[in-house]
Ligand binder design. Structure first.
Ligand SMILES: Nc1ncnc2c1ncn2[C@@H]1O[C@H](COP(=O)(O)OP(=O)(O)OP(=O)(O)O)[C@@H](O)[C@H]1O
Length: 363
């Protein structure tokens, strides 16, 4: 786990949690398509505090990247955004593009998966840093720029002797670390890292995860880390948010959620992970719903091993459980407040026979 900053220690000593750097409330990000809206993010709420790493996990296509880009206002034209993304008191939703552009870099950072598409092959690494720093910190001298850039590169294990090299002269892992250094040289308060290690070998992956964890110590940066790798989340994240079909179904302290998952989807997702104690390969039958269709009820009901009849029609409320974990499942909601059961109707608590899905169905 990452080290605690002096500011975080002071907040702990004062007995309070620090104010979130980013507060997302009921965020919706819908893509406009010919066949109608694709509701990739459909009412999502979470906070990220300074120095905190939030892991965002879930199956492919559940909306993780859209959420990461949506909070930074980096979605394609024709995308509809609603809700609130409060960054240090400013709502980023609906902010004019020019103001958003100004925040990106010095305040808001994004680390992409494919560094080669983001680094200009005709520009030396030094020129990339000069461009980034000149755009946002105009008063810096050339010497100061060089110092800042070399400091950031050193932090990523790139020696100063490579400062004037071109992107193609580096390995894939090194290019990825250069990209991270470029995002961090401006010392942003909030960073989204979207699958930053997917294309890399395990040693480089471990290095990058260590670097991202150290961010907290060095810059007090708040980080949303999008990944398929639950092992990375267990190792590098303070909190975890589990996404399914455009919703966050469970979120809370990473250790707590991994040790004691509450939502049936989280349980299934964790069972699907290969570990040393795995004896057989588990997968979740079926596939997530089509986000291009209006959905009602619990979106996981059709695949949920413990679904009740009412789950199909009625959306489960989010409840706060022991340890501050939030889960949106009727089972936990009813445990917390049995009177909520009225909404499910007469046979609402009867088990829902989940359809056996054959290979032919899925093909
Ligand atoms: N530009 C787009 N236009 C229309 N639909 C899109 C667009 N980009 C993504 N989608 C759809 O939005 C949904 C969420 O996609 P997204 O890439 O955010 O998921 P993800 O969880 O990040 O997936 P992965 O783990 O595979 O990267 C998917 O149904 C996807 O097909």
């Amino acid at each position: 786990m990452a080290t605690t900053t002096a500011a975080a220690e002071a907040a702990d000593a004062a007995g309070g949690e620090r104010e979130p750097v980013l507060s997302v409330r009921d965020l919706r990000v819908w893509y406009g398509t010919e066949r109608g809206p694709v509701r990739a993010v459909d009412g999502v709420t979470f906070d990220v505090r300074p120095g905190e790493t939030l892991g965002l996990v879930g199956e492919s296509g559940c909306g993780k990247s859209t959420l990461g880009r949506g909070v930074l206002g980096l979605t394609p034209t024709g995308t509809a955004l609603s809700g609130v993304v409060d960054f240090k008191g400013t709502n980023l939703v609906g902010l004019p593009p020019k103001r958003l552009q100004k925040l990106r870099g010095p305040d808001l950072g994004l680390i992409f998966q494919e560094p080669m598409t983001r680094l200009n092959p005709l520009m030396k690494i030094s020129e990339h840093f000069e461009e980034a720093l000149r755009t946002h910190e105009r008063k810096l001298s050339k010497t100061a720029i060089r110092e800042r850039a070399l400091e950031a590169l050193r932090g990523m294990g790139i020696p100063p002797s490579r400062y004037n090299s071109y992107p193609h002269e580096f390995s894939g892992g090194m290019r990825q670390r250069i990209m991270i250094a470029l995002a961090l040289v401006l010392r942003p308060a909030f960073v989204v890292a979207d699958e930053p290690t997917t294309a890399l070998d395990v040693l480089v992956e471990a290095q990058i995860i260590k670097i991202l964890a150290d961010l907290r110590k060095n810059f007090d940066t708040a980080l949303v880390l999008i990944t398929h790798n639950l092992g990375i989340v267990a190792e590098a994240c303070d909190r975890v948010a589990v996404m399914y079909a455009g919703h966050i179904v469970e979120q809370g302290d990473a250790r707590e959620v991994f040790a004691n998952p509450q939502h049936p989807y989280t349980k299934e997702l964790l069972r699907s992970t290969i570990s040393l104690s795995t004896t057989g390969l588990h997968y979740i039958p079926g596939s997530p719903p089509d986000l291009g269709r209006p959905l009602e009820g619990c979106r996981f009901a059709a695949r949920c091993p413990v679904a009740m009849r009412g789950c199909e029609e009625h959306e489960p409320p989010e409840v706060v459980l022991a340890g501050g974990v939030r889960s949106a499942c009727w089972h936990q909601a009813l445990e917390a407040d049995p009177s909520l059961g009225e909404e499910l109707g007469k046979d609402g608590r009867e088990p829902l026979a989940v359809k056996e899905i054959s290979v032919a169905d899925e093909a």
